[in-house]
Design a protein around this ligand. Structure first.
Ligand code: PLP
Length: 413
């Protein structure tokens, strides 16, 4: 028996990840394999670190990817920092805040969560008050909540953390490469990004960065390797990092010129990461953020013109995720199914309290293009009409089209 070769259907992906990948990145993944200690490869590693520092806007020495999806980076940073009994404050305003809590709990932290209604973000003052009163060791929070389409301002919280000598760890998985993230200027001690969101690289790596404040902790928590140290040495350090795969001290030794062996590096994914970062930096960070805002405007104008409502506080809106309220009487999942089956367009639903209440449209990285926005608006209206929803026929697509033509003058072409 033989199996057929795969023939992937063509999709327009407008979810908050995974998103479409530039063909140049995909091409790079089929380049020949290099050994992980081959100088030709270690040169690539050094370039990736340099490019990551630029994307993160940091002077940190440490900026490298962890192998695994974004939550592997989150887990690596948290498990390398948190010692049992550490007080960790987690301000939660969506699903991924709960993920931070859960991981912190697994590593023995005393977790305190404060909650904000989904669709809004914290007034920084509220978080700062909690930092001053409870005096945590670590604050862990999400920068861009894809579950609600909201973005939390971090600078004042970062300032307060630094002043109170608290470590600030940020999940910026959904924002890096799509909206401005300033690690040093916002006093962020450790930050995690994702590949399959705004960096538009396949899922499977998690770039992160951290500063000397965290590096010091990691050094103190080094696990002395069995067979190398005496029994005494081993028992001395009870607070050693409780994961081997995610031990940033060990990963650091592999990404530094020491090149100590740890795992077998996923070299093809590193090629993809380098190519993706190269495209981001060549486009220009500010230009790229502007592109995301530009298409967001077309999308939201179109949605509103159709007579639909956006979900969430507009002042806290994340430019790369647009949440749309599902109108009364419309089956949100059926709309998604028909969009995918008939038009090859994928959008997302949401989680927990928002399940069945909103659709989420991601406009991230390579997916964030004019033809995608226009194709979606046209198809979305058609499906809504077919499903019996009341919409302003033709209005959404016309509005977006007019916006693009006005902005670019391309009607003359
Ligand atoms: C997507 C996402 C994650 C999880 O990423 P995985 O790659 O699926 O592990 C974590 N945090 C946020 C904010 C996300 O959007």
């Amino acid at each position: 028996m033989s199996y057929k070769e795969l023939d992937m259907p063509r999709r327009t992906i407008l979810t908050p990840g995974p998103v479409e990948v530039d063909p140049r990145v995909l091409r790079m993944m089929s380049a020949p394999i290099l050994g992980q200690f081959d100088p030709a490869f270690t040169t690539i590693m050094n370039e990736v670190m340099e490019m990551l520092r630029k994307v993160f806007k940091t002077k940190n020495k440490w900026a490298f990817p962890v192998d695994g999806t974004s939550r592997s980076g989150i887990e690596a940073l948290l498990c390398s920092v948190i010692e049992p009994g550490d007080k960790v404050l987690v301000p939660v305003y969506g699903r991924f805040g709960h993920l931070l809590m859960e991981i912190c709990e697994r590593y023995g932290a005393e977790v305190k969560a404060i909650y904000q209604e989904w669709g809004t973000v914290f007034n920084p003052e509220e978080v700062i008050r909690e930092i001053q009163e409870w005096k945590p060791d670590v604050v862990a929070m999400v920068h861009a909540e894809t579950s609600t389409g909201c973005m939390q301002p971090l600078k004042e919280i970062g300032e307060s953390c630094r002043k109170e000598d608290v470590l600030l760890i940020v999940d910026a998985v959904a924002s890096v490469g799509g909206v401005d993230v300033r690690v040093d200027e916002w006093f962020i001690d450790g930050l995690i990004a994702g590949t399959q969101k705004c960096l538009s690289i396949p899922s499977g790596m998690s770039p992160l960065t951290y500063n000397e404040r965290i590096e010091k902790r990691i050094a103190r928590r080094k696990k002395v390797e069995r067979g190398i140290a005496s029994e005494d040495d081993r028992t001395q350090n009870a607070s050693f990092i409780k994961s081997n795969y995610f031990d940033l001290g060990m990963l650091q030794d592999y990404w530094s010129p020491r090149r100590l062996n740890h795992h077998t590096e996923a070299t093809s994914m590193v090629y993809a990461l380098r190519e993706g970062l190269r495209l981001v930096l060549n486009e220009g960070l500010e230009e790229r953020f502007e592109r995301h805002r530009y298409h967001e405007k077309a999308l939201t104008a179109g949605i509103k013109a159709m007579g639909l409502e956006l979900f969430g506080d507009p002042n806290a809106k994340l430019p790369v995720v647009t949440c749309i309220k599902i109108p009364e009487g419309v089956d949100g999942e059926e709309v998604r199914r028909v969009l995918l089956d008939m038009f090859g367009i994928e959008i997302a639903s949401s989680f927990g309290p928002l399940h069945g209440k909103i659709w989420r449209v991601g406009t991230m990285g390579y997916s964030c293009r004019r033809e995608n926005i226009l194709a979606f608006l046209g198809a979305f209206e058609a499906v809504l009409v077919q499903q019996g929803a009341t919409v302003q026929k033709g209005a959404g697509l016309q509005k977006a089209l007019a916006y693009y033509i006005e902005e670019t003058g391309e009607s003359k072409v």
